[in-house]
Design a protein around this ligand. Structure first.
Ligand SMILES: NC(=O)c1ccc[n+]([C@@H]2O[C@H](COP(=O)([O-])OP(=O)(O)OC[C@H]3O[C@@H](n4cnc5c(N)ncnc54)[C@H](O)[C@@H]3O)[C@@H](O)[C@H]2O)c1
Ligand SMILES: O[C@H]1[C@H](O)[C@@H](O)[C@H](O)[C@@H](O)[C@H]1O
Length: 339
């Protein structure tokens, strides 16, 4: 496409993330315009399109993708709706930025991998935005440099102030730990081979029936052990951090977001209230890189294979949650498109 023409994007799902991406595409991202939006809720779709020149509102995702001026799709509907949206985008040959998770289970994620492999070219970038966060990028660079020798362990921390209504034990893995699964595979360049889940007595702040917090352990093909403290009702703010332990050094990201102030007999900084604030730069960079690559006619970033491998590890995680035993990750063969 001409470098002067902005990329026309259809945004599918205009809830919390969809609305934030629409704002970003409209006011932050260079070279993009929101050409159409779709939401099952017509009022929400109309509200999202309001004030954006030429943007049409739809309740059917396929109709939004067929709207005039649409060159690409950003999927921000809930995970169970992603496969249908991706199938509609594939039918039109449209490039997609798909919010995580690719799909909520391994079987549907594998169907997406196979459908894209049949097309013979990549169309999808999965929205694993931590890969675009400055701190994680610096950590990756350090680990890849080999300065600390081989990486032996990763310690992840993932705390949210509160879970939305209806959040389940399985969602703790599929919606939340999926980020640590992706970041582990990406930082180490290894697959996850097995998952363990340990469950302390739940916090008094956890909604009834939710086993929060949990300690999730991954084993990798490279023999590393990685742990995640997942605490989704910590009450005090949003904290995501990762410490890598190498043979000759350690490095940690995620502790020092913002300013550390010492004054009036107190020390400390602020904690971001949620992921929108903590990962604002990462979302901006992720979307800009996707728009730039799409305008060049290329696809970069996390692939459908990454989305499938994460879904397979999540499935093992949910099995480990329910049985209390180590659960092995079963991966299908990797199609040539992703090698
Ligand atoms: N990367 C991140 O940090 C991050 C953060 C939050 C959410 N997410 C992901 O973003 C996606 C959306 O999450 P959210 O928090 O914005 O959810 P949300 O519930 O706030 O919004 C989802 C919207 O999609 C609409 N919708 C439902 N089914 C649809 C369909 N079939 N077609 C079109 N619209 C449909 C709903 O009416 C709603 O407006 C999920 O995949 C979620 O996992 C990612
Ligand atoms: O959907 C959200 C989102 O992916 C956030 O980045 C994560 O921190 C939350 O745990 C999850 O529920």
């Amino acid at each position: 496409m001409s470098t002067d023409t902005p990329l026309g994007i259809a945004v599918i799902g205009t809830g919390r993330m969809g609305a934030d991406h629409i704002r970003r595409l409209h006011t932050v991202t260079n070279g993009a315009r929101v050409a159409a939006v779709a939401d099952l809720d017509p009022d929400r779709a109309a509200h999202a399109a309001h004030g954006i020149d030429g943007c049409t509102a739809h309740t059917d995702p396929a109709a939004a993708m067929a709207a005039p001026g649409v060159d690409a799709v950003l999927v921000a509907s809930p995970g169970p709706a992603h496969e249908a949206a991706l199938t509609a985008a594939f039918a039109r040959g449209l490039p997609v930025l798909c919010e995580k998770p690719l799909t909520p289970d391994a079987a549907s994620a594998l169907r997406v991998v196979e459908a894209e492999a049949r097309l013979g070219r990549r169309l999808v970038q999965v929205g694993f935005m931590r890969r675009y966060d400055t701190g994680y990028l610096r950590l990756k660079e350090l680990l890849d440099s080999g300065a600390h020798g081989r990486t032996l362990m990763l310690h992840h921390r993932h705390r949210n102030p509160a879970t939305p209504p209806g959040f389940t034990d399985a969602m703790l893995i599929n919606d939340s730990v999926v980020h640590e699964i992706d970041v582990t595979r990406w930082l180490l360049g290894e697959e996850i081979t097995a998952v363990h889940v340990l469950r302390p007595t739940p916090s008094g702040a956890a909604p009834a029936g939710l086993g929060d917090p949990q300690l999730v352990l991954f084993e990798t093909t490279g023999g590393q052990i990685c742990d995640t403290e997942l605490f989704q009702n910590c009450g005090f703010g949003y904290q995501v951090a990762c410490e890598a332990v190498g043979e000759r050094g350690t490095a940690r990201t995620g502790d020092d977001h913002g300013l550390l102030v010492n004054a009036d007999g107190r020390w400390g900084g602020t904690i971001t209230p949620g992921y929108v604030e903590r990962f604002a730069d990462a979302y901006d960079r992720q979307v800009q890189r996707w728009v730039d690559a799409t305008r060049r006619g290329t696809v970069e970033g996390p692939s459908c294979w990454d989305g499938y491998a994460a879904a397979a590890a999540c499935e093992a995680g949910v099995r480990a949650q329910t049985t209390g035993a180590r659960a092995a990750v079963e991966l299908a063969g990797r199609p040539g498109l992703y090698r």
